[in-house]
Design a protein around this ligand. Structure first.
Ligand code: SF4
Length: 349
């Protein structure tokens, strides 16, 4: 079969889309870039904010209209199954944790999911490798639908991940992206940590670099010193994606982020002391329910103090099934319909 795979969302989702493509190719399918020529379609969905969900609905409708075997994977397949069923009643639904079952879902052979997951990467022309290290997170954020879609943290074993990275390095891949909803939560379910994983990867011989994906202040704080030590390796990019979301402690508490602004600043200061050239990326949500002008200004002040290299700004979007969806007071910036969804560099501040 010629299979068309289309993905949206975070690096983890793209990583899982690649793994699905590799598993299908490993079973003799051809991955095609042509939606029209394909015999089957796979949509790896994201539903992080409302505008993304609208886009997913449009693409789902378009792909379902081909009336060919159609699999809806990714986060909507877990968090909004009923919505998916209503839009594409004939589609097969494949939640993120079950992605290895894609081969069986296409009725194409005998491979079981675990075997599919182990299939060697094919050459699809990707210059880097994405390695999902865990599903889910350890947080309880009131606004986040990902918690509904991906659940509590479930980590893949260090030995498997090290072996995956080793295989990529042997194939000549030079850049490896470790991804997860919160890489700092890696190992909490298995009595290990991101630090142990990084040390295991560091021991792999070869000329390659690893980029560590987003890690929450909540989970970085307890492992801060060891993590900074692990970042000392030449094989780890000096890149820290540490989403703060707000510069006001009471908004952080309403978001249930479970750290304070001071702790975020402490982490940044500790990294910069040991690794002065570290690139800092952070995320901010504007217009969280109840956010006042003063609390918004506190976030702006924090950005001015910390001066991250990258700031990803997102307008608050109520997601069905999350506690924040029932918070009734809109944030002042939303009341003024101030729409923001862009990335700024620190030079803009
Ligand atoms: S984990 Fe979040 S950002 Fe990633 S695909 Fe799912 S909803 Fe989108």
């Amino acid at each position: 079969m010629k299979v068309y795979v289309e993905a949206y969302g975070c690096t983890q989702n793209y990583g899982e889309a690649r793994l699905m493509s590799e598993a299908l190719a490993g079973q003799g399918h051809t991955i095609t870039a042509s939606e029209d020529e394909a015999d089957a379609h796979v949509l790896v969905t994201c539903t992080v904010i409302e505008t993304t969900e609208r886009k997913m609905v449009r693409r789902m409708t378009e792909l379902a209209a081909h009336d060919k075997p159609f699999i809806v994977a990714g986060c909507m397949a877990a968090a909004q199954r009923d919505r998916v069923r209503a839009i594409a009643p004939k589609a097969k639904i494949l939640p993120p944790r079950k992605w290895p079952q894609i081969v069986e879902l296409l009725d194409a052979g005998t491979a079981c999911g675990d075997r599919a997951a182990d299939i060697e990467s094919q050459s699809f022309g990707w210059h880097d490798a994405i390695v999902p290290i865990a599903q889910g997170c350890a947080g309880r954020c009131t606004y986040c639908i990902t918690r509904v879609a991906r659940g509590r943290v479930a980590s893949y074993p260090i030995s498997d991940l090290v072996e995956q990275v080793r295989r990529h390095v042997t194939r000549g891949v030079r850049e490896i992206k470790l991804t997860g909803q919160d890489t700092g939560a890696y190992g909490l379910d298995m009595g290990t940590s991101l630090v142990h994983l990084l040390r295991g990867i560091d021991a792999i011989p070869g000329d390659f670099r690893v980029r560590v994906g987003m890690a929450d202040p909540l989970t970085v704080y307890p492992i801060l010193d060891e993590l900074i030590d692990a970042y000392g390796s030449d094989k780890i990019f000096k890149f820290l994606h540490l989403p703060v979301q707000s510069g006001d402690d009471s908004i952080l508490a309403a978001m249930r982020r479970e750290y304070t602004v001071a702790e975020f600043e402490e982490i940044v200061a500790a990294f910069r002391r040991k690794i002065p050239d570290v690139t800092l990326s952070t995320d901010v949500i504007v217009g969280f329910p109840g956010e006042t002008e003063g609390q918004f200004e506190a976030t702006m002040d924090l950005m001015g103090r910390v001066r991250p290299d990258i700031v990803n700004v997102t307008r608050f979007s109520a997601r069905a099934g999350t506690p924040a969806a029932s918070f009734t007071t809109p944030g002042s910036r939303l009341r003024r319909s101030w729409f923001i969804s862009l990335s700024l560099t620190a030079s803009g501040f």
